[in-house]
Ligand binder design. Sequence first.
Ligand SMILES: *Cc1c(COP(=O)(O)O)cnc(C)c1O
Length: 232
Amino acid sequence: MPETILHVDLGAIAQNYATLQATAFNSEVAGVVKADAYGLGAAAVAPTLWQAGCRTFFTAKLAEATALRLVLPEAVIYVLEGLAEAEIATFVEAKLRPVLNQPVELQLWVAVARQAGRRLEAALQLETGMCRMGMAETDLADLSPDLLAAIDLTVVLSHLGSADEPASPRNAVQLARLHEIAAQLPAAPLSLANSSGCFLGPAYHLDMVRPGAALYGINPTPGRPNPMRPVV
Ligand SMILES: *Cc1c(COP(=O)(O)O)cnc(C)c1O
């Protein structure tokens, strides 16, 4: 049977990281390595990104994050799918940070923090119009303020729904919503841009950008020349 071999150019991934850092030069560039680094193999891709200067990583699932912890003992690792009660011990032991998407997850993490006697780090995801994941403003209004004060909010993030359409008015609406809601929360670094969002201009870069696809060579600017190097 003929074999199919996927060649992954790790050097090109490092160059793409540098391109994104040059684009969002005032922001931290985190690496999104969910789904096994988009199928390219997180065990090889993540250390390449680390070498290129990446210090913060996002996985989707807890199992991806614990595997990543073994290869990157010093990295900051967030789990986008958040936190379930049965997963708490693993999060704490592997020093992973949940992305809190619902009030119940925040309540869980606060309980863990109170038991540990320290403010544990976490990200908070806000729903700003994409109707995907994250807490709505009404969720936050219902929370008692001491909950957010009990954890270390290391990033407040939201996800753009139309970043690959620079002319879409949704982008500016989501950016404004993020600023508006974040102003009511304890001060924390902000993050909105995925790959395409990095190319919407400096207002979208905020404190951290979160590219995935562009690192792996996919054009973040459809209809225009690809600024990324091919990887596969
Ligand atoms: C997948 C994902 C990203 C990366 O998106 P790309 O379009 O691949 O750059 C960023 N943030 C969140 C929350 C994601 O789920």
